[in-house]
Design a binder for this molecule. Structure first.
Ligand SMILES: [Zn+2]
Length: 235
């Protein structure tokens, strides 16, 4: 496999090239936006580049699709009264003075206690670790509950990882690891479940081909509504 690139307008498309016994050029755009090109043996590289240029608009559209799948929550200021989401519900932030640091839900409020009301980075850190502790419970539970989906699709058990991500709700790699964005803990459980199942379907198809959507339709009917809900809520 070799790495190469083409220029198309202002965009550079990087791709991984390999050869196989086939008659036509195969192009796959993976959820991590990586482009994989499989060419017939003995095709020369200028011919490959020429073909890729004719497909460049399509490749960029595919890559864009993954990018559009991203959280757009505006920056929070970590001041009292501000709303913060948790599992699809809004909670008002209340910042309280105290020596023992804590974060807890109390009715419709999300109460953060610390010894310096003005320490915004600290408030942010406390909230993030609270969200992470909630994700530890809910992500793992929802993932385990969805494993029946992956049983059809994958030989072996997929693994779950999560972290704060900038641009995506989730991803799936070729080793069967599904990554979720910790931001998802702010979304309703149905939306988290949708992202998990979407990524599990990538265990069978590492692209957004029509075969992928056919599978997703089967595994999560009406996913479009849930995807819209997720995108509307996380504004
Ligand atoms: Zn996808």
């Amino acid at each position: 496999m070799v790495k190469d690139k083409i220029q198309y307008g202002k965009s550079i498309i990087d791709y991984e090239l390999s050869y196989s016994e086939r008659k036509t050029l195969g192009i796959k755009v993976h959820p991590d936006k990586c482009v994989q090109v499989i060419a017939p043996i003995n095709t020369d590289s200028s011919e490959i580049k020429e073909k890729l240029r004719t497909k460049a608009a399509w490749i960029l559209r595919q890559q864009d699709f993954f990018l559009s799948f991203h959280p757009i929550t505006p920056a929070r200021r970590y001041v009292g009264g501000e709303t913060h989401l948790y599992l699809g519900k809004q909670y008002r932030l209340k910042i309280m003075l105290g020596d023992k640091e804590s974060v807890k839900l109390n009715g419709g409020r999300l109460e953060v206690t610390l010894n310096d009301l003005e320490n915004k980075p600290k408030i942010k850190r406390l909230l993030q670790s609270w969200y992470k502790s909630k994700a530890d419970v809910h992500f793992n539970k929802l993932f385990d509950d969805s494993l029946h989906v992956s049983e059809y699709l994958y030989d072996g058990a997929p693994t779950l990882k999560y972290r704060w991500m900038e641009k995506r709700w989730g991803s799936c790699d070729r080793n069967g690891t599904i990554h979720l964005n910790l931001e998802l803990i702010k979304a309703p459980k149905t939306c988290i479940e949708y992202v998990i199942i979407h990524e599990m379907c990538h265990l069978a198809h590492l692209n957004h081909s029509s075969a992928f959507y056919k599978l997703l339709d089967k595994m999560y009917p009406n996913w479009g509504e849930t995807k819209d809900r997720l995108e509307r809520l996380m504004v």
